[in-house]
Design a protein around this ligand. Structure first.
Ligand SMILES: [Fe+2]
Length: 291
C-alpha cells in the first residue's frame, strides 16, 4: 500500500477493483497490443454494484447536486438532453448493467456502451475500446475528502462527465471515428496531435449555443471549480475551434486550463475529424510528410 492508498483507504473503495478479475484485466490492458493480447474485451470487468458503500452513494449525490445546479444553465443543451435520455439521476451511482442502466438507454439511441475497467488504460487499449463504441469506465468514486479534486478519473468523471454526450448521434460518430483513427496511426507526430484534440474537445471543450458559450468537455462538466473558471475567468483565452490549430496547441495538466476552444456545433467537430481520419488513412502506408 502506498502513502496515497493509505490516504484513500476505506473511501476510494479499492475493493471494487482489487480482486483477481480486476488484476487480470489490468494486466491484460497493460500488455494490449503485444502478440497474443489482442482481445480488448478482456480488459473489461463487472461493476460490483453491491460493493458501493453508503459514503460512496453520498459522494455521488453531493457531486450531482452541486454540478447539476450549475450545469442546468451553463452546459450544452446536447449534454443536458443526453443526461435526461440516459436517465442520469441523483439518487444513486449509475448502473452499467440491467434495465435501469445507462447502457440500456444508450442502446436505443446510438449503440454506445459504458464498460467497466479496473483503472487506467494505456492509449492503444483505450482507442481500441472507442473504435468499438465502448467507453472504458472507471467504477470507483472519489472519497468525501476529495470531492472537488481527484487527479484521476472516477465514475463521476466518466459517467456524469462523458456519457451524456454519447447519446447524441453526431458526437457518438465523432468519438468512434476518433478511436479508429487513433488506433490506426503509429506515427508519434499524429498520436500527439490526436491527444491534444481529445484534450481540447472531449475533456475541455466549449460550444456556442444560441449566442452563449456553454460547457461540454467532461473535465469541465465534472469539476465544480474548473467549470466556473472556464466560463467566468478573465485569464482564460477562449479561441474558435480549428482542428489544425487545436492539434498544434500543447496542453498542461494539474491547473486550470488557460486556453480553451469553442465549437460552433458538434457537426463541425465530426466533419473535421472525418477529414483528419481520411488524411490519416491516406498517410498510413506512406512516408510521413513531416519526417
Ligand atoms: Fe475524461
Amino acid at each position: 500500500m502506498t502513502e496515497g492508498d493509505k490516504k484513500y483507504a476505506g473511501s476510494l473503495n479499492h475493493a471494487m477493483i482489487a480482486g483477481p478479475e480486476g488484476r487480470a484485466a489490468q494486466e491484460y490492458a497493460n500488455r494490449f497490443g503485444e502478440p497474443g493480447y489482442d482481445d480488448i474485451t478482456k480488459v473489461y470487468i463487472e461493476q460490483l454494484y453491491e460493493g458501493y458503500t453508503q459514503e460512496n452513494q453520498q459522494s455521488w449525490r453531493t457531486l450531482y447536486d452541486t454540478q447539476m445546479a450549475y450545469l442546468t444553465t451553463h452546459a450544452s443543451e446536447v449534454y443536458l438532453s443526453g443526461a435526461r435520455s440516459i436517465n442520469l439521476v441523483r439518487d444513486h451511482i449509475p448502473y452499467l448493467q440491467g434495465p435501469q442502466s445507462v447502457n440500456h438507454f444508450l442502446a436505443k439511441l446510438t449503440g454506445w456502451k459504458s464498460r467497466a475497467v479496473p483503472g487506467y488504460l494505456p492509449a492503444k487499449a483505450f482507442f481500441a475500446c472507442l473504435a468499438r463504441r465502448e467507453f472504458p469506465t472507471t467504477v470507483v468514486i472519489r472519497p468525501q475528502e476529495s470531492l472537488h479534486y481527484l487527479p484521476e478519473p472516477d465514475i463521476f468523471h466518466d459517467i456524469f462527465g462523458h456519457v451524456p454526450l454519447h447519446a447524441d448521434p453526431v458526437f457518438a460518430d465523432f468519438l468512434q471515428t476518433y478511436g479508429k483513427a487513433a488506433l490506426l496511426t503509429n506515427d508519434p507526430y499524429h498520436t500527439e496531435r490526436l491527444a491534444r484534440l481529445f484534450w481540447f474537445t472531449v475533456e475541455f471543450g466549449l460550444i456556442r449555443e444560441a449566442g452563449e458559450i456553454k460547457l461540454y468537455g467532461s473535465g469541465l462538466i465534472s469539476s465544480p471549480g474548473e467549470s466556473k473558471n472556464a466560463l467566468l475567468s478573465q485569464e482564460v483565452d477562449r479561441r474558435p475551434f480549428d482542428l489544425d490549430t487545436v492539434c498544434n496547441t500543447a496542453f498542461e495538466i494539474d491547473h486550470y486550463q488557460p486556453i480553451l476552444y469553442v465549437l460552433e456545433s458538434f457537426e463541425q467537430l465530426r466533419d473535421a475529424m472525418n477529414n483528419y481520419a481520411t488524411r490519416l488513412i491516406e498517410a498510413a502506408g506512406k512516408v510521413p510528410a513531416h519526417a
